[in-house]
Design a protein around this ligand. Sequence first.
Ligand SMILES: O=C(O)CCC(=O)C(=O)O
Length: 279
Amino acid sequence: MIPATFTLTETELAGRELSAERLYQMCRVLRDTGFVVIENAIAPELISRVKLEHDAALDNYMKSRGGLAGLKDKTFGINHVGFFPPILGAVAAEEIVANPFAVQIMQAAMGDIRCSFVHTNTACPGSGYQPIHRDTPTLFGINNAPTPMVHAVVNIPLIPFTLENGATEVWPGTHWIVDERDDDGSHLEERARFFPSQRTVLPIGAIVVRDLRMWHRGVPNPGTELRTMMAIVYQRAFVHEDPCNIPQSTWDAWSKDTRKIFRFNDVVPDVSHTQRAWY
Ligand SMILES: O=C(O)CCC(=O)C(=O)O
């Protein structure tokens, strides 16, 4: 188990809420290391439904692009597929897109937040190493002083993540390293050789809240099963990113609190709901 891991108590699970003390601890771990893991935040039955629906949508998408062969040289790293699943059904469940524990942590860390996109990363069998990267540049390109966290991603594994099937590699503490521009990433590869990394070994039901600046990479999945994680990106509400649109039926099913996080997103009839695609 990775050190930055917490297990929810029965009381927290029943109340869908962290106590002030636990929230403080989790936010401190997130601030210190760049990520925090809750190992039992989501019911495994819901993850099974998300996986079924997601994999069917991913399969359609990949077929429409000629499969892995058609995506060759277009993905970020060999056989690493980035996909925007339709925000419908189990994928759109509030436990997934506005997980109460993740939201509590992110709101404590960043104040008012919005969600710009709902995405997944799949390390397909035969995947290679991605370049070490951050998912966002530093705010305003400021490279001589770290700012507080502005963007966070919530990762949710759809199968257990193991050392054997391609658990993401992360470099704790690197969200604070902002002394050089890293537009081309090459100095991250060089510096990471001298910096300890961890693999995000995770059970089903886990969530990871990660500062988007943290160095990380997708790694080989030599197995036979797709290794997918949801990657849902949130940011401080004053930061504009092009938001994904939301199908009306999904919007109608959401609570006031979830709608607040998606209030900058257009709501469209279900038939007009289009997710973006990298290719
Ligand atoms: O899938 C992973 O383990 C990491 C993916 C990733 O970091 C990316 O595609 O930007």
